[in-house]
Design a protein around this ligand. Structure first.
Ligand code: TXA
Ligand code: MG
Length: 347
């Protein structure tokens, strides 16, 4: 986080009041800025969807300030949930499990499960505590667009329409890991669980394994999840304002890249799964290259900010060259975002 004293007491009190009144407020978390509404204010929840222009099939993540509050959101709190929450909360891990009656269909898009996480950011925690009920919050950006990691990103996206609590740069920079937890067998003493990572993030599969192998919890990994159980995973997402291209061949010459882009980008569809594909309007001449830190944690922190800042320079195309060293688990989480943000991937 950058040096930033955060919002004044007045701004904070106004945010709590707005949420109380059934409005939305944007607030920082350690992953990205969220656009929040109280889970007990249907008007507020509706405003999340209308403000973001988000389709109703995409469920919202519920944010809590304590494990006791998380328990009220789920139908059951078992040993696996208890272990994962104690090991990874507060932090960038969202648990998806069967919901309680407190959670409405608008939050879950009609699913029987809900995603819940306890953010680590002190201001997010303070806000949820002050509100006294869980706060549903997707990332504070227009649907399909680049997520915000600074308050100014949210202001650019929504202008005066949304009040933003500003506390500098998000520390992690990409959204939480979403983990689905199912009870696959109920034993007299111990359950057996199935786990599936629905969205990669800063909590890695190896982190989960290391933690779980220290326990006597029995589990297996589910590699494939029914699409209905994991909505909101469109082929495209996080798209910047100018066409973004990833080139997976570092040896390719600039003239070759330009040629391929000029042929291929014209052929792209206008829209895929409700997300508008960003395409060049004319023959491209001017390519700007996106560079990210070699450290994947730092790259995650920079990614959305860089996509926004470099798009503002209005190049015809923004291009990223994938290198052989981009091959750790954390890079996979970063590339999950980059592939979706890309209009075109050159093999
Ligand atoms: O880091 C984060 O998680 C950020 C900050 C603000 O906390 N929030 C966030 O929310 O990324 P959002 O709305 O952009 O991500 C919601 C995604 C859905 O698209 C879906 O992939 C998954 O979380 N999700 C939520 N509820 C689910 C459920 N019941 N079943 C399956 N997936 C769910
Ligand atoms: Mg989002």
């Amino acid at each position: 986080m950058t040096a930033n004293n955060g919002p004044s007491n007045n701004d904070f009190a106004q945010a709590v009041h707005l949420l109380e009144q059934g409005n939305v407020v944007a607030f920082p978390t350690e992953t990205v800025y969220g656009l929040g509404a109280r889970i007990d204010r249907p008007e507020g929840l509706k405003k999340i969807f209308s403000t973001k222009e988000r389709p109703f099939f995409d469920p919202l993540i519920v944010h809590v300030s304590s494990i006791d509050q998380a328990k009220t959101c789920f139908k059951e709190w078992h040993a696996m949930a208890d272990h994962l929450a104690k090991a990874f909360w507060p932090g960038p891990l969202t648990l998806v499990m069967p919901k309680s009656d407190l959670i409405s269909d608008m939050i879950t898009s009609g699913l029987d499960s809900v995603g819940v996480r306890m953010p680590k950011h002190p201001l997010a925690k303070k806000l949820i505590e002050a509100v006294g009920v869980p706060v549903a919050a997707p990332s504070a950006n227009k649907f399909g667009k680049t997520s915000p990691t600074k308050a100014e990103h949210v202001k650019k996206e929504f202008g005066d329409q949304v009040v933003v609590l500003d506390q500098g740069q998000s520390e992690i920079g990409i959204e939480s890991t979403v983990l689905m937890v199912k009870v696959s067998f109920r034993g007299p003493q111990h359950n057996t669980y199935e786990l599936a990572i629905l969205r990669k993030g800063a909590v890695l599969k190896s982190d989960l394994l290391t933690s779980l192998l220290k326990t006597d919890l029995k589990f297996s990994w589910l590699e494939a999840v029914d699409k209905k159980e994991s909505p909101g995973h469109m082929k495209h997402h996080y798209m910047p304002e100018v066409p973004f291209v990833i080139c997976k061949n570092p040896a390719m010459k600039l003239s070759e890249i330009t040629g391929i882009i000029n042929t291929k980008l014209k052929e792209l569809p206008d829209e895929v799964e409700h997300v508008k594909i960003v395409k060049p309007k004319h023959e491209i001449k001017n390519i700007v290259f996106l560079t990210l830190s070699k450290d994947p944690g730092q790259a995650a922190r920079e990614l959305y900010s860089q996509l926004r800042a470099m798009s503002e320079r209005k190049p015809d195309v923004l291009c990223f060259i994938q290198m052989p060293y981009h091959n750790s688990e954390m890079w996979e989480s970063v590339f999950d975002r980059m592939y979706k943000a890309a209009s075109l991937i050159i093999e």
